[in-house]
Design a protein around this ligand. Structure first.
Ligand code: NZQ
Ligand code: ZN
Length: 388
């Protein structure tokens, strides 16, 4: 294990087909005005909106509607939400949607009563709120980000030219989250599979760092194996409840701070993915899928022991008669085969990256001094070119 750590996760989770039954009880803990934040309308088509409204009405709440949170939510939209919170003196923000909606509500919660430049304070200077924040609850409808049980808030600021994450402390985690795997059954296959890869990426970003024997890595390997197993089933039959439920649970644990305990992390794949997302507005999980293999092949020799462990413990690669490099490469080949099997996008030209905008993407990549090696800008360009 490395260093010292604190594990504190205050989110209360309700999981399973009956989870929604707990919403009305939770609402009792908050004042009369609830802002209902959601995306482009999927919740109106699949009935989740009606169920949420019924619970809000039964609890006697005044509802402030806040629709239209887009995938890769923008800072402009955050400022609109802040105005709604202030104008209506909102007591609770209820996010009903995927990571974009939940991330957005954290941004609104921290920014509504902030009398500084919130973008500069949170997403550039990475400071914590010094103002009043608004409590958040979540009804999760799309699996992948882990936003339902963490402080992450990834916001796109087109004017400044960045898509940036801020990891807020436990005060900004959702106070409660409702996780009913049935609610995710209407997610289109493309989004579903992107979510699967997002989970895998969160697991790998935290796995490929450090060189100590650490319990956290064993937990991580178990989650990866469960994800690989269930994603193969769900990609063939998205209506398989057991597989979808297991994946939902895995996604939450993949990014609720457990897996960084006693370890460093990497997160450079996410930085490159965010830059692709900024320039193309592509689906988050797919941006990660296109750059992961080129990235890991670049850093493999710097963390060879962990890539060998990944091959053996996650993919069951047999090491007999092979060099460490061969075992590690075989592990990455297994990863590649799984990605193709579940159907993720393998090349970022399919997302809109080309030689014409590659430098623009590279300019937007935040290079972190983490993982097994800190990239140089020419290496970022090289990785992007290999991802095309
Ligand atoms: O907007 P609606 O109409 O609801 O449609 C959404 C959206 O188009 C649709 N969808 C969601 N639930 C559905 C559904 N369609 C049918 N039935 C349902 N039940 O799915 C589309 C994608 O939704 P979105 O919320 O954008 O997806 P996701 O959960 O992948 O969130 C992506 C965002 O989260 C950030 C990403 O960068 C991206 O901005 N991340 C947040 C993290 C965190 N908080 O820790 C970490 C991640 O690494 C990630 O960066
Ligand atoms: Zn992610």
């Amino acid at each position: 294990m490395e260093g010292n750590f604190k594990f504190h996760n205050p989110t209360k989770l309700y999981f399973g087909e009956d989870a929604m039954g707990h919403l009305a009880g939770e609402l009792k803990n908050y004042g009369p005005t609830v802002m209902l934040s959601y995306g482009g309308g999927s919740i109106k088509r699949n009935g989740i909106y009606d169920a949420v409204i019924a619970a809000l009405k039964a609890s006697g709440k005044t509802v402030v509607e806040d629709p239209g949170v887009m995938p890769n939510p923008t800072y402009e939209k955050v400022l609109e939400g802040c105005k709604l919170v202030r104008d209506n003196h909102v007591d609770l923000i209820l996010a009903v949607g995927g990571g974009s909606t939940i991330d957005y509500t954290k941004a609104v919660s921290a920014s509504a009563w902030c009398n500084e430049d919130a973008w500069q304070k949170y997403w550039v200077n990475q400071q914590n709120p010094s103002c009043q924040t608004v409590p958040i609850g979540a009804v999760l409808t799309m699996v992948g980000t882990g936003s339902e049980m963490n402080g992450g808030s990834v916001i796109t600021n087109r004017k400044e030219g960045f898509k940036r994450g801020k990891v807020f402390g436990p005060a900004l985690y959702p106070n409660f989250a409702i996780l009913n795997p049935r609610f995710t059954m209407t997610v289109p296959q493309y989004q579903m599979v992107a979510g699967f890869f997002d989970i895998m990426s969160h697991l790998m970003e935290q796995y490929f760092a450090g060189d100590r024997d650490c319990t956290t890595d064993y937990i991580n390997e178990g989650l990866m194996r469960s994800l690989i197993h269930s994603s193969r089933i769900a990609a063939q039959n998205p209506q398989d409840y057991e597989a979808r439920a297991n994946i939902m649970w895995t996604a939450t644990w993949a990014l609720n701070t457990l897996l960084k305990c006693g370890k460093g992390g990497d997160w450079e794949v996410h930085q490159i993915g965010h830059a692709i997302g900024l320039v193309t507005d592509a689906t988050h999980g797919m941006t990660l899928a296109t750059v992961s293999l080129p990235y890991y092949r670049h850093v493999m020799h710097d963390g060879l022991h962990q890539f060998v462990r990944f091959a053996k413990n996650v993919w069951g690669v047999r090491p007999e008669g092979k060099s460490d490099e061969q075992v590690a490469m075989e592990g990455l080949k297994c990863l590649e085969d799984w990605m193709k099997e579940i159907g993720v996008v393998m090349h970022c030209h399919e997302l809109g990256v080309s030689e014409d905008n590659l430098e623009q993407v590279a300019d937007a990549v935040l290079i972190l001094p983490v993982g097994y090696r800190t990239l140089t800008r020419p290496e970022v360009v090289e990785i992007l070119r290999e991802s095309l």
